[in-house]
Design a protein. Structure first.
Lengths: 196, 196
């Protein structure tokens, strides 16, 4: 049963769902700072990601509180993992290219990747870098081109830049204009979101 | 007199200065939160802005403290303004297009603007919007395309996305490969930065 919902809100939910991208995603690798996590979820919602993956093995998922900046978490599906092999196998079976952020010699700049194909980007803790077991199992590495004296970006800023590049490539390829979900999936999701 | 500086650091300073962009800039319009201001300066440094303009009329420039995240402020020139007409006249005389962030009917998406020409983007407080006197005098308005349930981005995230779009357009146009400064300017700036 659908609770009370205004026609405007229902239209908004339908419009947002019709542009949700289900085959690009981020993996949040032990990012613990609640401000950064909130900002990342807000950017995921803004740039139309349907789902994020949470890989928390050495850090805890933070308490995001009830601030308005945390409200985006309602609109982004979250899938928890603790087994790296299981997570990466899942991506591989679904034909998803997996890329991690990093700075090694073989890393390629963000814009060199094709984000119109199914993709998961592993976003790691800015100080500690990617979890060693993920470094071992994921060869593809991306960096955000920078040209400053301070060679790093805040992790939520890095996430937004990656999402914007994904989004821009998909916009140019016309992928945002065709719903990623079937009419039945859209109907089910609309019902579910209306109750949130 | 140049103080002690390692050859590596000198090379780094020269490399960074040779890619600094002097004809694109941000105007920070009363952005008061120190975390956001630090993150914005860090992104300005990372994406190669030589200078930012500070327009603080209703809010104070925040104390950024001594945290490492604030260290980028050393490498981005800051110009203070309190007279809007004087600031905007200065841009106009220098042939700089001025754009503000906003959401009105006539706003255009970020990617619709040409950032290869001299540009200043006025970045405003995310809650209060642009200062009224700037709204009145600046017609061009840009928005970051979003497709989520929560229709806003953190202001430091918005800044990074704008800077990344500027940077990407300039990279594609080959503008990053030619120094914006003359050899004499580069020599003077190298000396100045070596003493910081």
């Amino acid at each position: 049963m659908r609770g009370f919902i205004t026609p405007e809100r229902l239209e908004r939910i339908k419009a947002v769902l019709s542009r949700r991208q289900k085959d690009v995603t981020l993996v949040m690798d032990n990012i613990w700072d609640p401000h950064n996590v909130s900002a990342i979820l807000r950017s995921c919602d803004a740039f139309g990601l349907h789902r994020v993956h949470l890989y928390y093995t050495t850090e805890k998922w933070p308490d995001l509180g009830k601030k308005s900046s945390a409200s985006a978490k309602k609109w982004v599906e979250r899938v928890r993992h603790d087994d790296p092999a299981e997570m990466l196998d899942g991506f591989q079976k679904a034909g998803v290219q997996v890329i991690r952020t990093g700075f090694s010699e073989t890393a390629k700049p963000l814009h060199a990747f094709d984000f119109t194909i199914p993709t998961a980007v592993i976003l790691s803790n800015e100080h500690r870098g990617a979890a060693p077991e993920l470094v071992e199992q994921v060869a593809e590495e991306l960096y955000i081109p920078m040209q400053g004296m301070v060679q790093s970006l805040n992790v939520s800023v890095a996430a937004a830049v990656i999402l914007y590049e994904m989004f821009s490539q998909r916009r140019r390829a016309g992928l945002l204009d065709t719903p990623a979900f079937s009419p039945e999936e859209l109907e089910a999701l609309t019902q579910e979101w209306s109750d949130r």
